[in-house]
Design a protein around this ligand. Sequence first.
Ligand SMILES: Cc1cc2nc3c(=O)[nH]c(=O)nc-3n(C[C@H](O)[C@H](O)[C@H](O)COP(=O)(O)OP(=O)(O)OC[C@H]3O[C@@H](n4cnc5c(N)ncnc54)[C@H](O)[C@@H]3O)c2cc1C
Length: 637
Amino acid sequence: MRRTGRALRHGDACARQQGATSPRALGAALGRQDGRARVHRREAQLGVDLDDPGLEPRGHHAVGVLDARQQVQGLERQSPAASPRLGERAGSECAARRRREHRVALRSELGSRRSVDVASAGLVPVGEPDGDVDGDHGVVGERGEHVGEPRPHERTPVVHDDPSAAASVHARHRHHAVTIRTLRSVAERIEADVAVVGAGIAGLIAARELVHAGKEVVVLEARDRVGGRVLNRELSDGTVVELGGQWIGPTQLRMAKLTAELGLETFPTYNSGEHLLRFGKETGRYRGTIPRLGPLVLADMGQAQTRFDRMANRVPLETPWAADRAEEWDTQTFESWIRRNARTAKARELLRIYSEAVFAAEASDVSLLHALFYTHSGGGVDALAGTRGGAQQDRFVGGSQLVPVRLAEYLGDRVRLSTPVRRIEQGAAGATVHARGVIATTARVIVALPPTLAGRLLYEPPIPAVRDQLTQRVPAGSVIKSHAVYETPFWRDDGLTGQAAGDRGPVKIVFDNSPPGGTPGVLLAFLEGAAARRLNRVTPDERRAAVVGSLVDFFGPRAAEPVDFVELDWSEEEWTRGCYGAHFPPGVWTQYGPALRAPVERIHWAGAETATVWSGYMDGAVQSGERAAAEVLHAAR
Ligand SMILES: Cc1cc2nc3c(=O)[nH]c(=O)nc-3n(C[C@H](O)[C@H](O)[C@H](O)COP(=O)(O)OP(=O)(O)OC[C@H]3O[C@@H](n4cnc5c(N)ncnc54)[C@H](O)[C@@H]3O)c2cc1C
């Protein structure tokens, strides 16, 4: 990785700016302290992303008006540099017209120009600075502290050498007018062969492959951590639980190889005893994989699953849209198929639980073709749903996030945290990736994001319609993963595995997620699909009560009082926005499928959703990273 710009301190000012688009946010961001204008980092954006390196390099500024409560009430006119009409006074025709237009323009000294619709930002213009200049003027840092001496009033943008100085503030006592100026481009410039967007397992694997091949790589990660959908959380006693992806199964060969390479250990998911299956108010116990359901239901479930697996095997993993009955299967939902092919209510419910467990989505959300592809990709219904011999077989000692953490350790300072990518430009000479605080110039880019988030980046030139429309159509599922912690795994005393499934919810799937030593006892409860969406809207206490209520339904009153409770609603995660992964509704595979992996000039697509084997899983993420890296290396030949 080559750095051409002046290297800035880690976590420089721009790297931490956040958007502020409402008057409340702006008002809160602007305040006065000790008679000096004070700026918090959020205000500098004034409803636009001044952090956007496209506004570089310096000299943007806008005029706002503070009311007596120090709330920003308006943005009125352009900077001296940007507006030849700066000298106009209140009441002039032009100024009045500009107030009506409610726009503020920002302009860089290089001539690029952006304007913001003040009305749509919710700002109400009032007053007009009258040009008197008798107030405080200083330079403030990222936390709003005053870092420069007050200077005489200046009409021209100030360039300050201290990279932590993100804005200057000019305040005038009488009218409380505030001028905010960005001072300079603080984006670090990096040259590399490849930029990887996203430090989940897919992005980190892609980067590692490229480094092995001698390429210079930079990985740009939005969060302040690596791992994306894989996340450890330590309980108060030091026990690690995983809030995201955690299990690996015996046919996940890439993850098995990676685990060994990284020197990590796994242990079997607790599986001794009987499982619980609850329909309505009746709870049954069973061993192994076949529940006690009565011969009619078992026969019905058996025939439906056999038929489903057989159809799944006919979906080509590289090209699901080319399946012989692709059109027919992609114009119906998994739910329609269940209704036609399972005759008993319990078999239907079990298939619906399967949908929620693997897609975190209702069977009615998912295309039948997608359900078939995904099932084939993981090796069949039993492989996806099973514990011993299935996808839930093993867990990581120390938690699965050790996988991305170790990968990131290998990559070292090639991984840049807290660096969300906003825009990717590409042309004949190369690509430029614009992230917060970093501008990376590269030959190739690997976007290792879930498709929806990839679709939220800006592309210049715009990406082809088919790719954009694909990303508009592949929503993430909804899941809230909760852990209820008990002093001991009391269910084991009752001869239970801790694994439970039920049709009533809100929790429909439970696992024993205790650490290898068995203490404390941890029950992992999933809220998925509609239940997750419904309980997203209640308070954390209400949600906890609902989850614990389900655990009591399964395991009795001893489940009523967990000593600790941790949860994560993945839909609320800004840089994920839903899990376990994306699912394809009807019509998407057949209409847009080929755009899922097809590179767009210099941009290549990775991420678990782009995998052909174990699509949507950590193993699939590894496959996708390897494939995207291979594409880049092939293109470089
Ligand atoms: C609750 C839950 C349970 C799961 N259980 C399992 C399981 O048991 N076994 C299994 O194999 N899989 C499981 N999964 C799925 C598995 O975690 C994912 O398939 C896998 O981790 C995806 O990796 P990825 O690298 O493709 O994507 P991600 O992990 O989503 O990585 C994308 C990265 O990009 C970053 N990013 C986003 N936007 C930007 C941007 N604009 N600029 C820069 N960076 C950005 C994100 O912060 C993230 O780090 C589970 C997932 C969840 C959420």
